[in-house]
Design a protein around this ligand. Structure first.
Ligand SMILES: [Mn+2]
Length: 338
């Protein structure tokens, strides 16, 4: 990658005249193939490439290819061929980050009885449930699985292009800047992965915030049970609100806060903790948030492209050219056919 004017690695390859950014696939390979067709990508030499090779466009995938859906391995194989041929780039989502953590032992974590080694991501019921579909679908393809796990280390966590940026869930400028200094190719290695198991250090904060977004603790030890059955003691918030007054101004998740929580004031300490992506920054695309309804920008410079394909929603793309103000007419989608 080249350095752009602000010393940040630039992801543009001048060969491509524009980009098509695609949201969370989660094994919905049928929908992926349909969407690629609508966007004008056709198979050449076995690899999807833009049909007009005199004005080629490049795909950018926002991560969360793994888990949940019916054809996870097939999606990985298709994307890998595209990335290797240069017709696509891809960043890591929380499900890829989780897969690496789930399969990586913490060194020297073996206790004296010799049989309770610890993984970076603990093998508890909820973590196992989340990755089970992927493990099942790769069970008869162990080489594909080990190749995939190795390949995930090549996926950057964020990318900055001349006209836009991508991150799976959040772009926190301070953390991204430090990450690019420590890891100039914007990928992680196993050492960084292991460090990230501790949320108190930089690696943990960066990985968690970038791939899972920003959350606040519910007050007074309260918890919420989400639609998909997980109990949470935190709620997910917007990272583009400056000086938020109340929880209701920043909540950003399918399960709404109850009215008394929504009315609760954001504390000074919480305000300090929240990042802010300002309106003057270049357009940012994220996935991750299980949106529903008709795809549209969240703000003039932020769009989420995750419209819950794997829950029979939509698989969504945005046709990005050089605009600084995102356009509702540039969203393209298919109704998911799992
Ligand atoms: Mn996600």
């Amino acid at each position: 990658m080249n350095l752009s004017s602000d010393d940040f690695p630039c992801a543009d390859n001048p060969r491509y005249v524009g980009h098509d950014v695609v949201g969370d696939i989660h094994g919905c390979t049928g929908s992926l193939i349909q969407l690629l067709g609508i966007l004008g990508y056709v198979k050449k030499g076995g690899v999807f490439q833009y049909h007009n090779q005199s004005k080629p466009r490049q795909l950018v995938f926002l991560g969360d290819i793994l888990d949940r859906g019916p054809k996870i391995r097939e999606a990985i194989l298709i994307l890998r061929e595209m990335v290797e041929a240069g017709s696509a780039q891809i960043i890591m989502g929380n499900h890829e980050y989780s897969a690496l953590g789930y399969t990586t032992l913490i060194p020297d974590s073996r206790v004296p009885d010799g049989n309770s080694s610890t993984y970076v991501r603990a093998h508890n019921d909820s973590h196992t449930r989340s990755i089970q579909e992927t493990l099942d679908q790769f069970a008869n393809h162990p080489k594909d699985w080990s190749d995939t796990l190795r390949w995930l280390y090549d996926w950057p966590l964020v990318l900055q292009f001349k006209h836009f940026r991508v991150a799976h869930a959040c772009w926190d400028s301070r953390l991204v800047k430090e990450f690019s200094t420590r890891r100039p190719d914007l990928t992680i290695d196993s050492q960084f992965l292991i460090e990230s198991g501790d949320y108190r250090n930089f690696a943990g904060q960066f990985m968690n915030r970038t791939t899972r977004g920003v959350s606040l603790l519910l007050p007074d030890n309260q918890s919420m049970t989400s639609i998909d059955g997980y109990t949470r003691r935190t709620f997910r918030v917007k990272f583009w609100v400056d000086d938020a007054e109340r929880y209701g101004d920043i909540e950003f998740q399918p399960d709404r806060l109850n009215p008394s929580l929504a009315d609760q004031k954001v504390s000074v300490k919480e305000k300090d903790y929240l990042p802010f992506y300002g309106p003057e920054q270049r357009p940012l695309f994220v996935g991750h948030y299980w949106l529903e309804g008709t795809p549209a920008p969240l703000l003039k410079n932020i769009a989420c492209l995750d419209y819950s394909a794997v829950k029979n929603g939509k698989l969504v793309a945005y046709r990005m050219n050089t605009e600084t103000h995102l356009l509702a007419g540039n969203f393209v989608w298919v109704n998911a056919i799992n």
